[in-house]
Design a protein around this ligand. Structure first.
Ligand code: BGC
Length: 984
């Protein structure tokens, strides 16, 4: 660990914040392979023959239940952590066979901490932040936190790490993965897996493969050529498998027209035959499509096996008893030949063996007849750590990684750290003014299955800043950017008959049954209130009764031109829907919110009591107000434009319903901007917190990458106005991936803190105050404009391609096109996203190839100190066929700091037909240097890094010739050069 870098000052800050942190991290050191630790992993004593024997004792019904998820019926297990009782609300469970001493297997999400709907856990920084730290040691500790907490909460399998490559800059799950570079993905995933499995939790690398975007993720196909496939994220999957990951998760999407979980090439030929994977392969949740997925390499259908996905009990047992007939080719699905009962049984036994093998590795089979704790066949679970005792360690890791992830993108003229004279005394004028919602509502993590419910003592960046600064420091907060708006006044709406012409809404009580999509609601039949005119929709002080349903109708007129948000705010609803200009079948239907209660598991919503600690625009942000869920329609209106609004809400059966209809008008936005500008004018410095919202299930900007790259709402406008009012403005970003920064030249400093987890507030304050020094580097390229990034083809005409038969002009690369189906007469029903067009040129490789200058390059990141690199590199060949590169580095600046030394390799001679990057990262090391210290760093270039995937030989092949060797502080900041003559 790098905890010795923590200064006393920072520890004091933590004490102020009443967190009982210790300075020394107790988690095992980084890098040793699993076998070298005192871990649970590998502690199982059953031989392969004994595993097979157990399988032979299973009935066919038991066998069928071992390869399908089911609900957790027992919840509490033996040897549980003293501080954890009852059901934990994990993502999935495999029931086990109690009769044979085989316990249930519980599977929980990562990858940013343990996600359970029934338990708080340490919310770690989003993995993109871990990648930005470029520290393998951090990666180990990150994995170890999840390993320990997962085990402590009665879990056995972690559904992480996620290692899909960032290929599309706005993909919803970019925050969950480790960036755009396959080498970084591979290097950072391996220590994470050790960290997880050393602590006994089975790691799952996901999603195999090419699940690089969310739009249409369950149907789309990724068209990918062989070289691109092998040289992209597959390198990380291979590294993860070779590091011993016990499980893999096949993806929702199709790869070259065949679903991930049905894909014989990916699952049998590559994963098993080429890489020798011996663990088990589970489906993503609902990604199983056919019984034959089992034959094609799937071992476990999650979260359940059903008739719909071909893994129903009867189907599996039927196949193993009577065999199956051939299935003909269809336009979207390949043919499947007939299989005999014996073939099915072999496949079932093999799948169970693979699962049992990993359960044995985790020590979970010792209660079976062959185990060391066999008694009467009761399953035996190895001791689990006490959850309560872990917090000091896990919080310390969360803080360390968040600080190490801090990536300083720009810093001129004393932008950062904040200087004392800006906070204290007459020079401080109005002091430091902090703005933006994520300053006070900490941005902990992205949405979806990676969203962790944090322990409750989460400190906002603003609170941490105030606590960390001197007692007499002038620091204040002004929102600047408002997410919640205000109740829409009666003047904006006119009711229909019988109140026609009057301002307000017609309120009608309706039937409590939510109608099918497209249908009008049925009339209320019993105890119905009379229709009435409501000036506003505002039922907070007098909520609507439980078990009732209501409809409000009005015609809305936009009073002025500009950008609006119309918002439903609801609490304790069964359902809430806003229809614009008609019923549900109308394409203008905009907002439809189903029942997310606090404690619910919906994407992007907080569970338990941590509601106020997480920023999501899908909720309200007033910490003292009701915990509303909100749904917004963001739209630009012309002045006088009218629309009919039809709002329906259905209360839950046992809880009264709170509902408001709100809006944010252009004038409201301007008023917030004016308020911010006035505060900025008197301030010594402005620190503006801006955010984006990455979530599973959708890509930012929908199908439009250009829209998705823009900061949500009117944040850009506020930042520009504030920076114009006060040139001493600093922007702190909480984004999960790249955003555009139209204000880049008018601010002094830009600090990317990613989604920094539950210790992110403290980490951010430490960086802003200069008690910690930023050392993170970008694991993703930030584009300079909305037209220049890898998934863009200026010559594309999508309308040509959607015709039948299709003409594939290699565009548009995303969101894809409809291509000719298997039957050759009509298109597939799904889109194909063409990854062959850019090929291996993802991320910085694309910018280099097309000579496009990004806003901030891959590997870029500044420090409060400066590092001097020796011009001379010492390069020596090594016995493994690689090279060692030695470079000397000196900290020349005013404080201790970390530098990530990066080694890039040039292309050399490029054989015909081979794709090769102008330069590729082949080595890196994060180094801590005291003020004035010099270190000589040795970075190893492994033979794989000298190679390309040959589609002729179907293997890694060394790219020979004279190749440039570039060592630097970023991909665009090369400090020393050499070259090597690579031979075979
Ligand atoms: C996600 C997986 C996740 C699973 C279980 C799926 O929707 O794609 O990453 O592990 O749900 O929550």
């Amino acid at each position: 660990m790098t905890s010795n870098r923590k200064s006393l000052r920072r520890i004091l800050l933590l004490a102020v914040l009443a967190l009982s942190l210790v300075a020394v991290i107790l988690i095992a050191p980084a890098t040793p392979p699993a076998a070298a630790s005192t871990s649970v992993w590998g502690s199982g004593t059953l031989t392969d023959a004994e595993l097979s024997n157990l399988i032979s004792q299973m009935t066919l019904a038991e066998k069928s239940s071992m390869i399908r998820g089911a609900s957790d019926t027992t919840c509490v297990t033996a040897n549980i952590s003293p501080s954890v009782q009852g059901c934990q609300g994990q993502a999935g469970t495999v029931p086990g066979v109690a009769r044979l001493g085989i316990p249930p297997l519980r599977l929980t999400d990562g990858p940013a901490g343990i996600r359970l709907s029934g338990n708080y856990n340490t919310a770690l920084p989003a993995p993109v932040g871990l990648a930005a730290s470029f520290s393998r040691e951090n990666a180990y500790n990150f994995g170890a936190v999840m390993g320990q907490e997962g085990r402590a909460t009665n879990q056995d399998v972690l559904l992480a790490p996620m290692i899909n490559q960032v290929s599309i800059p706005t993909a919803g799950r970019n925050f969950e993965t480790l960036g755009e570079d396959p080498y970084v993905l591979a290097e950072m995933v391996v220590p994470q897996i050790y960290g997880m499995q050393d602590n006994g939790l089975i790691a799952t690398v996901k999603h195999f493969t090419m699940n690089d975007f969310e739009n249409a993720r369950t149907s789309a196909s990724v068209d990918v050529d062989e070289q691109t496939l092998y040289e992209g994220e597959m390198q990380a999957f291979e590294a993860g498998i070779k590091a011993g990951a016990g499980a893999i998760m096949c993806s929702y999407n199709r790869i070259n027209d065949v679903y991930g979980c049905s894909n014989d090439i990916m699952q049998n030929q590559i994963l098993r035959d080429e890489w020798g994977f011996t663990g088990f392969n589970m489906s993503d949740w609902g990604a199983t499509h056919r019984t034959s997925d089992l034959i094609y390499g799937l071992d476990l259908a999650m979260p359940s096996g059903s008739t719909g996905n071909g893994w129903a009990d009867a189907l599996l047992q039927g196949a193993a008893t009577s065999g199956t007939a051939a299935v003909a080719l269809t336009n979207d699905f390949p043919a499947v030949p007939a299989y005999t009962a014996a073939e099915w049984l072999t496949a079932i036994d093999q799948a169970i063996f693979r699962i049992l093998k990993q359960m044995n590795n985790a020590g979970l089979l010792e209660g079976t007849t062959f185990g060391t704790h066999y008694t009467d066949g009761t399953p035996y679970i190895p001791a689990r750590p006490d959850k309560a005792a872990l917090m000091d360690e896990t919080f310390a890791v969360a803080l360390e990684v968040a600080e190490d992830s801090a990536t300083l993108l720009k810093n001129v003229n004393h932008g950062l750290p904040i200087r004392n004279q800006e906070m204290v005394g007459r020079s401080a004028k109005g002091g430091v003014v902090v703005m933006g919602p994520t300053a006070v509502t900490p941005y902990i993590g992205g949405g979806g299955s990676a969203n962790v419910t944090p322990y409750d003592n989460v400190i906002s960046p603003y609170a941490a800043l105030v606590a960390g600064a001197k007692a007499n420091a002038k620091i204040s907060y002004v929102p600047g950017y408002d997410l919640d708006g205000t109740v829409m006044p009666a003047t904006a709406v006119v009711a229909p008959a019988p109140f026609a012409g009057q301002n307000g809404w017609l309120r009608t009580q309706i039937d409590t049954v939510v109608p099918a999509s497209g249908a009008a609601p049925a009339a209320c039949t019993a105890n119905c209130a009379a229709d009435q005119l409501d000036a506003t929709v505002n039922y907070v002080s007098a909520p609507l009764p439980a078990g009732t349903a209501w409809r409000w109708q009005a015609t809305f007129t936009a009073p002025t031109a500009g950008s609006y948000q119309l918002k439903i705010f609801v609490k304790d609803q069964q359902s809430a829907q806003l229809f614009v200009d008609g019923l549900a079948t109308n394409p203008n239907r905009r907002v439809n919110m189903s029942a997310y209660a606090v404690g619910g598991s919906g994407f992007g919503y907080a569970a338990l009591s941590s509601w106020d600690k997480m920023l999501q625009t899908g909720k309200s942000h007033d910490p003292n107000g009701p915990k509303f869920q909100q749904g917004s329609w963001t739209v630009t209106f012309a002045a006088g434009e009218t629309h009919t609004l039809d709002l329906r809400t259905y209360a839950q059966s046992a809880k009264p319903l709170l509902v408001q209809f709100r809006w944010i008008t252009p004038e409201w936005q301007q008023a917030k901007i004016d308020e911010a500008v006035a505060a900025a004018k008197g301030a010594s410095k402005v620190i503006f917190f801006a955010y984006d919202e990455g979530t599973e299930g959708s890509d930012r900007g929908g199908n439009s990458i250009a829209n998705g790259l823009v900061l949500p709402g009117y944040q850009d406008a506020v930042i520009a106005a504030v920076a114009a009012a006060n040139p001493n403005t600093v922007v702190v970003l909480n984004t999960g991936d790249p955003v555009l920064m139209p204000w880049v030249n008018s601010v002094k400093a830009i600090l990317e803190m990613w989604y920094p987890g539950q210790m992110g507030g403290v980490a951010t304050a430490n960086i802003l105050l200069g008690t910690a020094n930023p050392g993170g580097k970008l694991p993703v390229t930030f584009p300079a404009s909305a037209t220049a990034f890898p998934q863009y083809d200026p010559n594309c005409n999508p309308s040509i391609i959607t015709t039948n038969p299709p003409v594939d002009g290699n565009c548009p690369l995303y969101p894809g096109v409809y291509t000719l189906g298997f039957l050759g007469v009509a298109n597939h029903s799904y889109r194909t996203v063409d990854f062959t067009a850019n090929g291996i040129f993802v991320g910085y490789r694309w910018y280099d190839k097309y000579d496009v200058k990004p806003l901030f390059a891959f590997g870029h990141g500044l420090s409060y100190t400066t590092f001097n690199y020796s011009k001379k590199l010492v390069v020596t060949p090594t016995a493994d066929g690689g090279y060692d590169v030695k470079v000397s580095l000196r900290n020349m600046g005013p404080m201790d700091g970390d530098e990530v030394v990066q080694v890039y390799l040039g292309a050399g001679k490029v054989p015909a037909g081979v794709q090769m990057a102008e330069k590729a990262l082949v080595g890196f090391e994060r180094v801590s240097l005291k003020k004035g210290e010099t270190k000589v760093i040795t970075i190893h270039i492994a033979p794989r890094q000298l190679s390309y995937w040959s589609v002729d030989a179907h293997e890694w092949t060394v790219a020979t010739g004279q190749r440039a060797l570039l060592v630097g502080s970023g991909s665009d900041d090369i400090r020393a050069k050499s070259s090597i003559l690579v031979t075979n």
